[in-house]
Design a protein around this ligand. Structure first.
Ligand code: FA5
Length: 368
């Protein structure tokens, strides 16, 4: 004590006040209090030593020490109040305001492709077709041979299709499900019912021993082709296939069914165009187009300036395919068609590029 000058005693008060103002918490502030005003605190020690000072120094030193204590106490008290106010404000901010409107969970919705697929399935159900599925990974014998593709057909090339092995592949269309669906209509005891992928003409199936009921199925599903992406083509896409096999089916049934289907989905004003085409599994075959809704058939990028958009393929089931399904082509005939779901969705929802259906950009998807 004796070594401290009056100025230095005054300085202790300022130091304590500065440290108190900088304390970031109540604990830090308490440390400042103990360091200056505690039992062994710097200011306490000065006060305690006053008695041993020479009498002539005592009044001035005493005054300075009391001022220092006063300053320290005031600063510590002020900071204590500030910290208490800060804490109270934090607590208030954390508090739950039960009068605020609740934040509801964000509800998802159907992807436009699924909406299209479901709408098409509803229409098919209304026309009496039962939904069935085939596997996405399929025997190449069912994807091609059973569907009457000749062994050297270009679509079978690895340039156009993906393969897992020579015999197994991601299906290139939903049509192999035609074979599965027809075979499933046979009696349990009939050898045709087995899902043996062998098919005529390579390895004839065992003869059918029953009279299968008519087949009337709709097959939705994903298909795969080795294709470059364009406005209307993707390497993965959905198809929806319908097959009807029973006695007396003609081209008139095919045209009527397709027209009803497309007008139910795209609207009663929709114009449907059939043009002769070729598919190994139908005879005769026709491609199915509708008038372009993007340009009201005036011609645009989407319809390649033709005014028409190809939606699918169709035809009367080829006798060899009926045979592969275990039906007698002299007794029954059939109609079949397959639509591209992306193209229908694009057309219905005005989606110029197929890729946007697969980008999964929420800003795009939220619009539907
Ligand atoms: C077929 O796939 C036939 N299986 C359809 C069929 C079924 C004909 C039954 C006769 C009887 P096609 O390759 O044309 O045919 O394809 C049918 C439709 O699928 C096309 O019209 C188109 O809408 C859609 N499609 C074809 N390739 C793609 C692709 N890469 N990307 C998107 N959609 C496609």
């Amino acid at each position: 004590m004796a070594e401290l000058s009056v100025e230095e005693i005054g300085g202790l008060g300022e130091q304590a006040a500065g440290e108190a103002a900088a304390a970031a918490s109540r604990q830090e502030l308490d440390q400042v209090r103990v360091a200056y005003l505690g039992r062994a605190g710097k200011i306490t020690e000065v006060l305690r030593g006053l008695g041993s000072l020479p009498a002539e120094l005592r009044p001035e030193a005493g005054k300075a020490a009391n001022q220092a204590r006063q300053m320290a106490e005031t600063a510590i008290e002020k900071r204590r109040e500030e910290l208490a106010a800060e804490e109270a404000a934090e607590r208030a901010a954390d508090q739950l305001d039960v009068t605020l409107p609740g934040r509801g969970p964000e509800v998802g919705h159907r992807h436009p492709l699924m909406t299209t697929l479901e709408d098409m399935l509803d229409i098919a159900a209304g026309l009496g077709y039962t939904a069935v599925q085939g596997p996405e990974v399929e025997w190449s014998a069912l994807n091609w041979t059973a569907l009457n593709y000749p062994p050297d057909h270009p679509a079978m090339d690895e340039q156009d299709s993906f393969y897992i092995t020579d015999e197994i592949m991601p299906r290139t269309h939903t049509s192999p499900a035609q074979i599965r669906a027809m075979r499933a209509m046979h009696d349990d005891s009939c050898p045709v019912r087995s899902l043996d992928p062998r098919c005529p003409p390579d390895e004839p199936l065992e003869k059918c021993t029953c009279t299968p009921a008519p087949t009337r199925v709709v097959v939705p599903g994903r298909t795969y082709r080795r294709e470059s992406v364009t406005l209307t083509h993707h390497d993965i896409f959905y198809q929806l296939e319908c097959l009807l096999v029973e006695e007396g089916i003609t081209l008139a049934h095919l045209k009527g069914t397709l027209g009803a289907f497309l007008r139910a989905y795209l609207g009663p004003e929709t114009k449907v165009r059939f043009r002769p085409d070729f598919f190994p599994f139908t005879e005769p075959s026709a491609d199915v187009s509708v008038n372009c809704l993007f340009c009201e058939a005036k011609g645009c990028r989407f319809c390649k300036h033709s005014g028409w958009v190809e939606i699918g393929g169709s035809g009367l089931v080829h006798p060899n395919v009926l045979t592969a399904g275990g039906y007698d082509p002299d007794r029954v005939s059939g109609l079949a068609f397959g639509f591209g779901i992306e193209r229908l969705a694009q057309h219905r929802f005005n989606i110029m590029h197929i890729r946007t259906l697969y980008d999964n950009d929420m800003r795009f998807l939220r619009q539907f």
